[in-house]
Design a protein around this ligand. Sequence first.
Ligand SMILES: *[C@@H]1O[C@H](CO)[C@@H](O)[C@H](O)[C@H]1NC(C)=O
Length: 285
Amino acid sequence: MRIGTASSSLWLRCFYIFPCQAALATSMVRRSLTIPTRPSAFRSDHGKCWCSASPSVVVVADDKSYGDKQVISMTPALYKYILSNVREPLILRQLREETASMRGSQMQVSPDQAQLLAMLVQILGAKRCIEVGVYTGYSSLAIALVLPESGYLVACERDAKSLDMAKRYYELAGVAYKVDAIHGLASDTLKSLIQNGESCSFDFAFVDAEKKMNQEYFELLLELVRIGGVIVIDNVLWHGKVADPMVNDTKTISIRNFNQRLMEDDRVSISMVPIGDGMTICRKR
Ligand SMILES: *[C@@H]1O[C@H](CO)[C@@H](O)[C@H](O)[C@H]1NC(C)=O
């Protein structure tokens, strides 16, 4: 997510959470965005809402059984702070900056997301990874950079031009020998890996591609990863649309259905994480 777009999504989120105090919330959020030196914040506490000196916005669940637990909600200032706490390698920064002016740059994962993916790969001690949906390569490069010398990443992308850029950066970073960049439909690539007898041989997979295909990719990847292996799915919160009853477009519905099926899927343990546009981490049982 870009800092520039965070303010509008913040407004929408607050509007949605506090419909009865919409006007108040709106004026408070606007003030907090226009007067950064004296930011206002508000919280919902079972219907009540008031100002505090804190620059951040917190949310409390409507359901009283969650008590007064406050969870953080993103603001432009807070997101800037998070980005300032990401250790982004220079080569990733260069790739991000080159991608920023390109069509589709909103598809690039955020630096904080990529850092979490790289962390998961390291915690797992992963050697064999798959990425579905490379775009210009930011997340796959972040993964390749932390893979051991013997590491292997299958990077699937259907757009040849963006895959060429990713390959250029794998070369620049000196990790091209770890990456098998495959141009084509990811489902064909994954099926051929299964046909080649590579089932249960991968440690980690990341999916950031056509959202309507999530369930199909997930099924193929569940076959390809070992028990204890991890599959991470991006965009599971879909700019908040998954929780907005006024939105019923086919993509949002397919993400909602996918999330619900994951919730009921006892083949994996799951954790939905509100980072970037939302990622669900699934561990194969
Ligand atoms: C969207 O779909 C849900 C479930 O079918 C329905 O309850 C809701 O009213 C729909 N919302 C709109 C705005 O059409």
